[in-house]
Design a protein around this ligand. Structure first.
Ligand code: MN
Length: 341
């Protein structure tokens, strides 16, 4: 059973709620390097499922980020992917829920663990070429997966817990860039208003998410900004993560959160790119567009994916070569968009 094309969100919500009901054990997962949307959605849904008497655990392909652990009432909700308990939980699960991802390639080592387990996808990314099969609540008009979790818990008539409130709020704030990005809608703002009404403290969460950076992050940004590159004629700017500083500072991928936005802060720039050498022969590329250029098509060209305004890919090759071919592909996408005319 899959979601019917163009089914209204409320219908998909009902079908997914039906599938979630009465389960003994459910595992939740999200994409590699979970972000605020993935983590927030997981905690919110886990909290609600647990209130329904369903044992629920979070099993992610990469460790649950330290800076989102404040969302959890209890770290025992998490099972690390490589642990025996993760395997045991997945083996015994009645249902797996994939959040904020819709393709097997995004969930890495969790895919073999949940193979054979009935799976539900809740996601707001455009459908990729190899979508995970099963029932789904997919809606690209949703600002975030957290917004879909809000609709799900509302659709069930609650109950709302402190952790569900917090989780959904952090999810929506993360994916809308604190309500600054183009995906901010009346619905996402109403959700936030409702959660603030119920006691979520926006100032405190802002400081937790954005106002308490480790010094490593700014030192790494300092050295990375020296690599800033520009093609003003094509409205493109890019930055390369300073590899030596990354190593020397003992930085983690979490320290890079938001780096991709800096090149795009330049007036007149439409597309920002971040390059990071992740191993001897592979480069992680993140692409962000102000909205006029579709960067998902660029990411797809290199085997990656994402949204039209935010996407990425892991590309084999030297940093110089990858940089050259990606910038060239972005130039083509900019030309194709018609904004240079
Ligand atoms: Mn998301």
């Amino acid at each position: 059973m899959t979601t019917k094309k163009n089914e209204p969100r409320s219908e998909s919500v009902k079908r997914v709620l039906n599938e979630l009901s009465g389960k003994d054990l459910v595992v939740l997962t999200t994409h590699k390097n979970a972000d605020g949307d993935g983590c927030g959605s997981q905690v919110a849904l886990a909290s609600w499922l647990r209130s329904q008497g369903t044992e629920t655990f979070i099993v992610n392909p990469t460790p649950f980020p330290q800076n989102f652990k404040f969302l959890l009432p209890d770290e025992s909700w998490i099972a690390e992917a490589d642990s025996p308990s993760a395997r045991q939980l997945c083996d015994g699960a009645d249902l797996a829920v994939v959040l904020d991802a819709g393709e097997n390639s995004r969930i890495g080592k969790i895919e073999p663990l949940i193979r054979g387990v009935p799976t539900v996808v809740i996601d707001h990314h455009p459908m990729g070429e190899n979508p995970i099969k099963g029932l789904s609540l997919r809606d690209t008009t949703a600002s975030s997966t957290g917004e879909l979790i809000y609709d799900l818990i509302e659709g069930a008539g609650g109950p709302w817990s402190k952790n569900s409130d917090l989780g959904v709020y952090v999810a929506v704030v993360s994916d809308t860039g604190s309500f600054r990005f183009g995906n901010t809608t009346p619905h996402s703002l109403r959700i936030a208003a409702e959660l603030v009404q119920r006691g979520v403290n926006p100032g405190r969460i802002y400081r937790r998410l954005f106002g308490s950076y480790h010094k490593t992050r700014l030192q790494l940004l300092q050295s990375s900004l020296t690599t800033l590159g520009l093609d003003e004629a094509h409205k493109i700017a890019w930055m390369v993560v300073a590899e030596r500083s990354y190593e020397a500072l003992g930085a983690t991928p979490e320290d890079l959160e938001g780096f991709v936005d800096y090149p795009r802060f330049i007036a007149g720039i439409e597309v920002g790119i971040l390059f990071r050498k992740v191993s001897r022969n592979s480069v992680k590329v993140s692409l962000r567009s102000n909205g006029l250029v579709n960067v998902n098509t660029v990411a797809r060209k290199f085997g990656g994916g994402g949204h039209n305004q935010a996407s990425g890919a892991l590309i084999k090759g030297s940093i110089e070569r990858v940089q050259q071919s990606v910038i060239e592909a972005v130039r083509e996408a900019v030309e194709f968009s018609g904004i240079l005319k």
